[in-house]
Design a protein around this ligand. Structure first.
Ligand code: NCD
Length: 268
């Protein structure tokens, strides 16, 4: 058994192997249709989610398993003061995987220390979101055919954005990123960018910034630059850009399904 708590736990070879498995799943879904037969995954979400929760749900169903969905913690014993450790021990008694999203950085690690079954970190506060990083890496790899030598411009609430923390950390730790610089104005950095990775303001973590991708920014982007966003989006990414061939954020969601199917088969 292994947990997926931080992107730091993943080596470059393991990423490539997950991409290979996800490709096999995408091209030969029938081969994987029942490999999770009789297994149960619990989605334990203490914070809102659309994509992470439903893609793990869909991934488990497509692998032949079943899902317990716990969103409304006010209806569970957490509302009676049950602590995270007891909740994890309970859910681990009934299921084979726990996908945990919580408000507090470090919760996924705490959960993994007591859990009898694999814990997957689906976002711990402003900490990490390793499965989002994996689907982001698949999106970049599929579009750019490499992860090396790319200029990736992250725009947004970098301090609080856990998707950027995980993706940036992976790239940095594996020597695919040589340096990070921060800028107040993105315009000058856009013309030679290979990837523009937009994120929203994390208002629930106290941020009040404001920024938006404008037509002037888009005019500067090269034809080969792909634009990504983990979603949900707010005003920073206008809908008029959706029909632009460089917009890859809807495709990015589909990469999430195949990558999460691959992750489940690898933790099993
Ligand atoms: C992200 C998250 O929850 O961190 N959403 C997601 O999982 N795709 C991004 C966000 O909420 O801004």
């Amino acid at each position: 058994m292994r947990h997926l708590i931080s992107i730091k736990d993943l080596l470059p070879d393991e990423l490539m192997s997950l991409i290979d498995i996800s490709d096999d799943i995408e091209t030969k879904p029938q081969k994987y249709r029942s490999i999770m037969g009789g297994k149960v995954l619990t989605n334990l979400f203490y914070e809102p989610s659309t994509r992470t929760s439903s893609s793990f749900h869909s991934a488990m169903l497509r692998l032949g398993g079943s899902v317990i969905q716990i969103n409304e913690v006010q209806y569970s014993s957490v509302s009676k003061g049950e602590n995270l450790q007891d909740t994890i021990l309970t859910i681990g008694s009934y299921s084979d995987f726990i996908v945990l999203r919580s408000q507090y950085e470090g919760d996924a690690k705490i959960a993994s220390e007591v859990s009898q079954v694999p814990v997957i970190n689906a976002g711990d506060g402003a900490g990490e979101h390793p499965t989002q990083a994996l689907l982001d890496l698949r999106t970049i790899y599929k579009n750019k055919e490499t992860l090396e030598g790319l200029k990736i411009v992250f725009v947004g609430d970098i301090a609080n954005g856990r998707t950027v923390h995980s993706l940036g950390t992976y790239l940095e730790n594996n020597n695919q990123c040589h340096y990070f610089e921060t800028y107040e104005d993105m315009t000058a950095e856009l013309s030679d960018a290979d990837v523009l990775y937009m994120t929203r303001v994390q208002t629930e973590r106290g941020s009040t910034e404001s920024y938006e991708l404008t037509r002037d920014h888009v005019d500067v982007l090269s034809d080969k630059c792909i634009v990504m966003h983990p979603f949900p989006r707010n005003d920073e990414l206008p809908r008029w850009f959706d029909s632009d061939p460089r917009a890859k954020y809807i495709e990015q969601m589909k990469h999430g399904l195949f990558m999460r199917m691959a992750i489940l088969t690898s933790l099993d």
